[in-house]
Design a protein around this ligand. Structure first.
Ligand SMILES: NC(=O)c1ccc[n+]([C@@H]2O[C@H](COP(=O)([O-])OP(=O)(O)OC[C@H]3O[C@@H](n4cnc5c(N)ncnc54)[C@H](O)[C@@H]3O)[C@@H](O)[C@H]2O)c1
Ligand SMILES: [Zn+2]
Ligand SMILES: [Zn+2]
Length: 364
């Protein structure tokens, strides 16, 4: 049993006064193919807030959290990829090599990914829905063994855990999905934890111009410190005109949309050069609609892509990014705005809402 944070409602209407609560839960011993992980740190991602607001389904109560690192405590029958004591980052894309995407050599889409077969529950037996099949705002969580990716234990869990979602998603949106290369110009719209990682990724991949766009001046200051060559305040500037002006009048080769709104997607669409690439990594909500002249979609050419989890391959990308971090070339610590306790998640949501943090990280 372990105390955890769960959404405490059974409907979409969640009272703002008590939307999450710390509860005691029952975590089963790992069965075949499962691993029990002692969580050491877990970042608070905007997607957790989407869950708590009912934006990602109605399967309350949710066991929140999905951006974590910890130690494997026990494994079930047949598990060979990890063993007790391993330091792991939890991933929400376990790659099994058997599905149609894997068969085509595109395992970063693996459609066979799955979570632990057994459910964690409240004390009264109510089954919990772990966010993205992980749920590590908890002392312990039960996952499919393939959701554990072993990395160098020299990295602190507060930094390593961030690769489990937001930082990997943003980094991969630029580097994997957007295929940013040497000499490219890149614009990133929305510089929270995800967008900021796209800024850093674009720089590491060799982009010579990296334009950070946000409506919060403090995010822009931070983006400049973390590698953006230019910044645009979307609350005052015409974003499309500003990005075009900074790119010789043409637009950026790659524009990463890391907000998840139709208006920022439209900005991304028109702020990219002809035949350029738009990468949508921000997650929209179900009611959002996009309207674009079809002639512009055709006439501007290029690629309109979505980035699920930065198109990452955890076994390839997590250890490599940890090695970059340990080598001083990728400052993951700069994403950790504060460390907090398990009871502070609601406050962290408020700070995220006010744009005060890149990442609040729960330390267990
Ligand atoms: N695709 C994926 O696999 C994946 C993974 C993780 C998170 N996400 C999504 O990425 C998005 C960003 O997540 P985050 O954790 O960085 O959130 P966040 O709240 O920390 O950051 C969002 C940023 O967007 C800025 N912003 C808001 N409105 C804007 C506007 N009109 N123009 C420019 N900037 C604006 C905010 O000021 C903030 O800095 C969310 O939608 C989240 O759900 C996607
Ligand atoms: Zn697969
Ligand atoms: Zn996330």
């Amino acid at each position: 049993m372990a105390p955890t944070i769960t959404a405490n409602s059974s409907g979409r209407e969640i009272p703002n006064s008590a939307p999450v609560s710390v509860e005691t839960i029952v975590v089963p011993d790992p069965g075949p193919g499962e691993a029990l992980v002692k969580v050491e740190a877990c970042g608070v991602c905007h997607t957790d807030l989407h869950y708590r607001e009912g934006g990602i389904g109605d399967d309350f109560p949710f066991l929140l959290g999905h951006e974590a690192a910890g130690r494997v405590e026990a494994v079930g029958e047949g598990v060979t990829c990890v063993e007790p004591g391993d330091f792991v980052i939890l991933n929400w894309r376990a790659v099994y090599g058997t599905c149609r995407a894997c068969a085509k050599g595109k395992p970063w889409y693996c459609f066979a990914t799955h979570n632990a077969a057994q459910r964690m529950t409240l004390l009264d037996g109510t089954p919990l829905t772990p966010a993205l099949g992980i749920g590590p705002f908890a002392e312990k969580t039960l996952v499919a063994a393939g959701q554990c990716t072993k990395v160098d234990p020299a990295a602190p869990a507060t930094a390593a855990g961030l690769l489990g979602c937001g930082v990997m998603a943003g980094f991969g949106a630029a580097v994997n999905t957007g295929a940013v290369g040497r000499g490219d110009s890149v614009a990133v719209i929305g510089c929270g934890g995800v967008g900021m990682a796209a800024v850093v990724g674009a720089r590491l991949a060799g982009a010579t111009k990296v334009i950070a766009v946000d409506v919060d001046p403090s995010k822009l200051e931070r983006a400049a410190r973390m590698g953006a060559t230019h910044t645009v305040d979307g609350s005052t500037a015409d974003v499309v005109a500003a990005v075009r002006e900074l790119t010789g009048g043409f637009g950026a080769d790659v524009v990463v949309e890391a907000v998840g709104r139709p208006e920022t997607y439209e900005q991304a669409f028109y702020a990219r050069d002809l035949a350029g690439t738009v990468v949508l990594v921000g997650v929209p909500t179900p009611e959002m609609k996009l309207e674009l002249p079809l002639l512009d979609v055709f006439g501007r050419g290029g690629a309109l892509k979505s980035s699920w989890y930065g198109d990452c391959l955890p076994s390839r990308d997590f250890p490599a990014l940890i090695d970059l971090y340990l080598g001083g070339r990728f400052d993951l610590d700069a994403f950790v705005s504060e460390t907090i306790g398990l009871g502070d998640v609601e406050k962290a949501f408020e700070k995220m809402h006010r744009g005060e943090v890149l990442r609040s990280v729960v330390v267990l």
